[in-house]
Design a protein around this ligand. Structure first.
Ligand code: PAF
Length: 288
């Protein structure tokens, strides 16, 4: 496995790499969810590149940039074991040279709500770094987790609108045994918070049951039920909504069979830890 730390190195390495290439962009602190991205990528391409970069541009003031976990040695070992061919781990100055004039790509129709409303500037930071990484590595495919559902929608829209020559693939969320979605931020949960955190999954399962088995068509009723489950686990709710799976627009009516699914999205806080999760309701249960 090769490790590149500069843009020149990764470009050179990409030039020398035969066959089809996938990029798995990450911020490190790799867990089974990231490894699932690598495994899926290996099914589709010959060589997998992983980027590890904690992107300051997507963190707002007062967010957890400084304490975001950075277990570099462990991450490299996991990549090696997973069969990654190249890891790109640039320093901040490589990605954002101080003399570089900033370019912003925004996807306003998808980012004025949910995570975008709560974390202003977050998606501009994500688009900027993902755009850069895609240009630097020029992969045939890039793999993203369904766990960050709004991010996935935003990246798909950016890639389509800017005609970027890459296929975006989504990979299903990997969960702990009790249903908690794997996330690098789970490491911040204390024992008691960890117990309560399962409320996000339970809220989504409640929504799934109401829609798929109960035929509930009123989004407000489903959203109320999710809020109830989150509150029962003493979670501070940021949102609990049912939305269109591609536009993320509000729905008058939940029509899981007609549209190939709707998406339920939740975000909640446990002390200083903020967790998000989502689930496709109806359809084949897969990301469209
Ligand atoms: O999902 C993440 O880990 C990050 O948002 C990404 C896509 C690697 C960009 O920094």
């Amino acid at each position: 496995m090769l490790i590149c730390t500069t843009v020149d190195e990764v470009r050179q390495q990409r030039g020398k790499t035969p066959g089809r290439v996938a990029l798995v962009p990450t911020m490190g602190a790799l867990h089974e969810g990231h490894i699932a991205l690598v495994e899926q990528a290996k099914q589709v391409v010959d060589q997998v590149f992983v980027s590890i970069f904690v992107n300051p541009a997507q963190f707002g003031p007062g967010e957890d940039l400084d304490r975001y976990p950075r277990p570099v040695e462990k991450d490299l070992k996991r990549c090696e074991q997973a069969g990654v061919s190249t890891v790109f781990m640039p320093a901040v100055e490589q990605m954002y040279p101080p003399e570089q004039i900033e370019t912003l790509v925004t996807v306003p129709a998808l980012t004025g709500q949910l995570e975008g409303a709560i974390r202003p500037g977050h998606f501009a930071g994500v688009c900027r770094v993902v755009g850069k990484l895609l240009n630097m590595v020029q992969p045939h495919y890039a793999f993203f987790g369904q766990k960050d559902y709004q991010q996935l929608c935003v990246i798909r829209a950016m890639v389509a609108d800017l005609a970027m020559p890459v296929h975006i693939r989504a990979v299903a969320t990997v969960r702990e045994a009790d249903g908690l979605a794997m996330s690098s931020r789970n490491a911040f949960l204390d024992e008691e918070q960890r117990r309560r955190s399962v409320g996000l999954y339970k809220a989504l399962m409640q929504a799934r049951m109401m829609v798929e088995q109960g035929g509930e068509a009123d989004p407000a009723i489903v959203e109320d039920a999710m809020r109830h489950v989150l509150a029962a686990h003493h979670l501070e709710i940021d949102y609990a909504v049912v939305r269109h799976p591609e536009t993320l627009g509000e729905l008058d009516c939940v029509e899981p069979t007609l549209t190939g699914g709707v998406v339920a999205l939740v975000a909640a806080r446990l002390g200083s830890v903020r967790l998000i999760d989502n689930m496709i309701l109806g359809g084949a249960g897969l990301v469209p």
